[in-house]
Write a protein that binds this ligand. Sequence first.
Ligand SMILES: NC(=O)c1ccc[n+]([C@@H]2O[C@H](COP(=O)([O-])OP(=O)(O)OC[C@H]3O[C@@H](n4cnc5c(N)ncnc54)[C@H](OP(=O)(O)O)[C@@H]3O)[C@@H](O)[C@H]2O)c1
Length: 251
Amino acid sequence: MKIAVITGASSGIGAEFVRQLDAAENFDEIWVIARRLERLEEIKASSKVRPLALDLTEQCSFDEYERLLEELDPEIAVLVNASGYGYFRGFLDDPLEKQLDMIELNSKALTAMTYISLKYMKSGSRIYNMGSMSSIQPVPYINVYAATKAYVLSFSRALNVELKHRGIKVMAVCPYWVQTEFFDTAINDDTVNNFGKIYTAKEVVAQALKDMKKGRDVSFCGLNTKLQRLGVKLMPHSLVMKIWCKQQSIK
Ligand SMILES: NC(=O)c1ccc[n+]([C@@H]2O[C@H](COP(=O)([O-])OP(=O)(O)OC[C@H]3O[C@@H](n4cnc5c(N)ncnc54)[C@H](OP(=O)(O)O)[C@@H]3O)[C@@H](O)[C@H]2O)c1
């Protein structure tokens, strides 16, 4: 049984991965993972959709996922790790539990899902890990979130090298701002308020699928992203952070 596994499938970029992968490829099943079961049950695809309502900050969710894999022994052709969220405020403005929970989901869960899934992957299998533009630079007031995304970029690129001999590809998807429900959670006050260009999930996922075909280990979508990347390469991080704070009118 050939399957795709997509976390964060109940909205935004994860949901768009379901649509575009389903249109591009035949799977026997698409396993969709997030907490909101009702959203997962609404997903329509040409392949059979298996909704798995799992909170990926809970160890029991990984145990359940592993148990299902053991029982059904599928071939995982594609894994998309898109579950994630951010809080945009000063480090000390939110309780420690919130900061740690972000690390738990954005970095730890992505690592666990990848580790568990790899046993069921073969040559030709692909892993898409959701990073961000903040993967490439430190970002004051999006501090912990950006650090979790730096982890995703580093982890994905190094794992891509490690898995080359198995013919498995790993890519970090690093978009600029994307119009999704992400902002409902991320924005808690007006500390971060200047977003400039906002892309659609459709653009970001289409670019990611294209970049995977080209064998890239990172996907950057759109001109703004590419210009930002160039700027970060040319300038010291201290200056990049100064510019960012100025854009947000943070003194
Ligand atoms: N939007 C942006 O500007 C942007 C930019 C760069 C990178 N990203 C990254 O892209 C990824 C997708 O974000 P998005 O923009 O599509 O945001 P989104 O629409 O808010 O989607 C986030 C997904 O994560 C799931 N999720 C949240 N907490 C979870 C938990 N504890 N366990 C399992 N699933 C959980 C949510 O589903 P439930 O609530 O149903 O659990 C939802 O499906 C994230 O990793 C985000 O950091 C977003």
